[in-house]
Design a protein around this ligand. Structure first.
Ligand code: X2X
Length: 360
């Protein structure tokens, strides 16, 4: 073999060797990722919230070139339905990621009960100001302290009350009604204060509870939850009182998330923000004029099957009660004393931030 032949052979060997080192590096890197990242959420795939979670899974896969694969566990399956346990489990790393309601996360992050203060936030504009303002920042910081990395906001929505007994227009109308609530203490307090009989049930048992008439009523957002479980089959009356709201927050175990390379972290964050925008628009569609309907059409090529949830509920025979400002104020007055108990738990400082954000 001549000199050029030897050189060629040497460079070929070096190229092959370099290629093998590269392949090894890629495989070691790939080995750093789990085959499956477990994600918890409290509802099923057919809910708007569930559709948002599925969008997140798809976007993460796409934006990480298939390196990060999330498996959604619907209906709090990893928690045997115990919906309030998601933040502990993600914080411990037993579950990797959650697409969860602030109601289900408040047991670990008490600041999140700011969204559950009765008759405090009232409308989308105030909510948006809080999320993008100092309130949102403080809540995200509180999550970091508990070993959670918040990635983006989503939304379950303003919660409305439904029941099968009578239209609810005054606090008196609630007297004695058995209302299913999430087992979060502030909910029990609110309904006791209003003279109702709150029954604490996990969501997984609640729908059977409605079917069997174990309770007279429940409170959940109309579009993405109540309509999805066909609440109109069990409850004829709905009062739109926007008494409180539960945003969703997509969050990841902090230790695991921070160990991802930066480009993976960025891809996951972008996926969370995009899925949150989609999911929020699903829940607001038909409730905020054309804004969310247009976001869905123009940005996500998504046409709503139910573009007007209120008309839809009426078409199913529901009687929709809208409150005047004065009527709503009567509920606010009846529950106002709870602020004294709950603001210290939420944090006086956070409460002030929320009031300031809303007044901007
Ligand atoms: O349990 C509920 O009511 C639900 C589905 O809205 C939540 O997970 C907060």
């Amino acid at each position: 073999m001549g000199i050029t032949g030897k050189c060629l052979k040497k460079s070929l060997i070096m190229t092959v060797a370099a290629f093998m080192v590269l392949m090894f590096a890629i495989s070691v890197n790939a080995g750093n990722y789990k085959k499956e990242y477990k994600m918890t959420l409290n509802v099923g795939p057919q809910f708007y919230w569930g559709m948002g979670a599925i969008k997140f899974v798809e976007l993460v896969k796409e934006k990480t070139n298939g390196q990060i694969n999330i498996k959604p566990y619907f209906g709090s399956a990893l928690l045997k339905g115990a919906q309030l346990k998601s933040p502990q489990m993600v914080s411990k790393g037993v579950i990797d990621v959650a697409y969860e309601s602030t109601i289900n996360t408040a047991a670990v992050i008490p600041e999140m009960d700011i969204f559950s203060l009765p008759f405090f936030i009232n409308n989308f504009e105030n909510l948006d100001k809080m999320e993008s303002g100092e309130t949102g920042k403080a809540i995200f910081a509180a999550m970091e302290k508990k070993g959670l990395v918040p990635l983006a906001w989503g939304e379950n929505g303003f919660r409305q009350i439904t029941n099968d007994k009578r239209p609810i227009r005054t606090p008196d109308d609630l007297k004695g009604l058995k209302i299913r609530v999430v087992g979060s203490p502030i909910f029990i307090d609110i309904f006791k204060k209003l003279g109702a009989d709150p029954v604490n049930m996990n969501w997984g048992d609640a729908v059977t509870g409605f079917q069997q008439g174990v309770v007279d009523g429940q409170e959940n957002p109309l579009p993405g939850v109540a309509i999805t479980v066909q609440i109109y089959q069990y409850h004829k009356y709905i009062t739109r009182w926007n008494y409180l709201v539960d945003p969703l927050i997509i969050y990841w175990n902090k230790k695991e998330f921070n160990a991802f390379p930066l480009e993976i972290q960025t891809a996951i964050r972008e996926a969370a923000v995009e899925s949150g925008r989609f999911e929020k628009a699903l829940n607001r569609a038909g409730l905020d004029g054309d804004i969310s309907l247009n976001i869905l059409k123009n940005e996500f090529n998504h046409e709503m099957e139910i573009p007007d949830p209120i008309k839809f509920a009426e078409s199913k025979g529901m009687v929709v009660t809208n409150l005047t400002d004065a009527e709503r104020q009567a509920f606010a007055d009846a529950t106002k004393s709870l602020y004294e108990k709950w603001i210290p738990k939420i944090g006086e400082d956070l409460y002030k931030k929320a009031v300031a954000d809303m007044s901007k």
